[in-house]
Ligand binder design. Structure first.
Ligand code: ZN
Length: 98
């Protein structure tokens, strides 16, 4: 079982990260794995998922948060956010140090 981080700083904004068991999305059928609520600077992750799914969802929601802090409308493009965040997750997992 993973321990999710509880907060992160993005350009001076403190984002709160919460694990929620059986998360209910803000709209029907959407956001049940996790969601980013810009108005509350809050990311919620459904902790009923396996560790890997929680982490990839966290990266997805963090990517939304970064783009929103940057004022980038591409944050609304779910396909882009999903692809870019998964690649960024892979990058972070495979960094090697000699
Ligand atoms: Zn999304």
């Amino acid at each position: 079982m993973i321990t999710l981080p509880t907060s992160v700083q993005i350009a001076g904004n403190e984002i709160t990260i919460k694990g929620v068991r059986n998360l209910v999305g803000p709209s029907d059928g959407d956001g049940r794995d996790g969601h980013w609520i810009p108005g509350k600077l809050l990311i919620e992750i459904n902790t009923i998922m396996c560790d890997e799914a929680q982490l990839t969802t966290l990266y997805h929601e963090l990517f939304h948060a970064v783009l929103d802090v940057m004022g980038e409308e591409i944050s609304n493009d779910e396909r882009f956010v999903e692809a870019a965040s998964q690649l960024w997750y892979q990058v972070s997992k495979t960094l090697e140090y000699d």
